[in-house]
Design a binder for this molecule. Structure first.
Ligand code: T5A
Length: 210
């Protein structure tokens, strides 16, 4: 059976703030390079107009749930059309730093229905081939944010992140793999690199390498 994202591959990194998603995205892009596979890293919220408004709201005060949800969906719809689908059609490995599971978890933790949020997204957004859920407790995640010299913003209160984490951990889709992200970046990458290369092999993409 043909994979929905064929000839590309959609890899999604999820987890609470400070879990190490951006670090891992760069490491996996390096792995793809070493395997001779073209990849692109992108993130949500994007740097487009809706994503920029959402990032601003994290500093200036959060929007109401409905407005926030609407902006995340508009941002993602634009991302899907302008970057994700074209890169998949070119046969690239698309590495996303957050996707619609973040909406289910973060807006779910504010009172939205996670299952309904996922269903709304899947009407327009391609389902991933693999999701690596980087799991760390909220204090561990915010501790890393403080250590790099940043102050946690309105999306990063520890009590809120505990609810977000619980929704992430309840995801039961077969493509979602939980990874213990409290370990060193090298240890996390070692485990993820195996999961990624196994999934690429299952998708028949490693045979493309010359
Ligand atoms: N949001 C997003 C929603 O509410 N709904 C949605 O639908 C979407 C898409 C995005 C915010 O928007 C919310 C969620 C978020 O709150 P953001 O700026 O993109 O904001 O926030 P994050 O994605 O959380 O970015 P962070 O940089 O804070 O976290 P990362 O990417 O998980 O972590 P990373 O790799 O930058 O690492 C953080 C620090 O820890 C170190 C790194 O060097 C870095 O200094 N580090 C490690 N240290 C020790 N051990 C490891 N294993 C480490 N891995 C990384």
């Amino acid at each position: 059976m043909q994979r929905p994202n064929d000839p590309g591959f959609l890899l999604v990194l999820e987890g609470i703030d400070g879990a190490g998603k951006s670090t891992l995205a760069r490491q996996i892009a390096g792995q793809c390079d070493a395997l001779g596979l073209a990849s692109v890293i992108s993130r949500e919220p994007t740097d487009g107009p809706h994503g920029t408004a959402l990032r601003r709201s994290a500093k200036t005060g959060r929007l109401g749930l409905d407005e926030e949800l609407d902006l995340f969906l508009k941002d993602r719809a634009e991302h899907v059309e302008t970057l994700i689908r074209p890169a998949l059609a070119r046969g690239e490995i698309v590495i996303l730093d957050r996707y619609y599971f973040s909406t289910a978890a973060y807006q779910g933790a504010r009172g939205g229905d996670p299952a309904e949020i996922i269903a709304r997204n899947e009407r327009f957004a391609p389902a991933p081939d693999l999701v690596l859920l980087l799991d760390i407790d909220p204090l561990g995640g915010t501790g890393r944010i403080r250590q790099r010299g940043d102050v946690p913003d309105d999306f990063e209160a520890e009590s809120y992140l505990a609810k977000v984490r619980a929704i992430f951990l309840a995801l039961s889709q077969p493509c979602v793999h939980r990874v213990d992200a409290a370990r060193s970046a090298d240890d996390v990458f070692r485990e993820c690199a195996v999961l990624v290369s196994d999934a690429l092999a299952d998708a028949g993409l490693l045979s493309r390498v010359t």
